[in-house]
Design a protein around this ligand. Sequence first.
Ligand code: TMP
Length: 211
Amino acid sequence: MPRGTLIVFEGLDRCGKTTQTRLCVEGLSRTGVKLAAGLPWRFPDRTTPIGEVLNTYLTSKTELGDEAAHLLFSANRWEKAATIREALGRGETVVYDRYAYSGVAYSVAKGLGMEWCLAADEGLPRPDVVVFLEVGVDEARGREGFGGERFEEAETQKRVGAVFDRLKGEGWSVVEGSGRMEEVAERVKAVVWPVVQAVTGRDDEVGELWG
Ligand code: TMP
């Protein structure tokens, strides 16, 4: 059976990812593409036991060492890996708000080694497309809600952005995230739709990170 497409949105805090993942799911559902239930899915998934720990960390109610935090963010993805593969295998398309690239970008920005950070997520399902919403730190900072959680601070965001720049590669589409949300959604559609069509016509296996 043809598999579904794994679509991932990445970007800095307050870049509009949450709005754009939602609009992307709405757009795909109008086209009749078979979708997994309850999309968009997101990482961190704060509903699991590991996700609950991450939530107390992100809201600064608990402290964690950087290595421990990194491994917990990664474990939070691994506890979903089988669910993602099963959905894709049933021909359902999956849309994620953040993925392993965020895991690496935020941890390397804190000073952890790139290779060490990459290792924890090696073998997770590989996205068919990574939509990176590009918004300058100054614009993100001006958006409502910026500053509410642990990493929402301009210097951290600049460092995270620099690591994302190093991660951008094959399968990434950088989309200009400023402007009206409908305009951004059109730009997103222009990169996502051709990938969904291409994957729907194939019968291949889901790849693995970091291949
Ligand atoms: P959110 O605002 O998209 O819910 O993400 C919460 C924060 O967690 C955000 O600042 C990015 C950070 N984060 C990591 O540090 N590592 C990860 O692996 C993920 C998925 C998010």
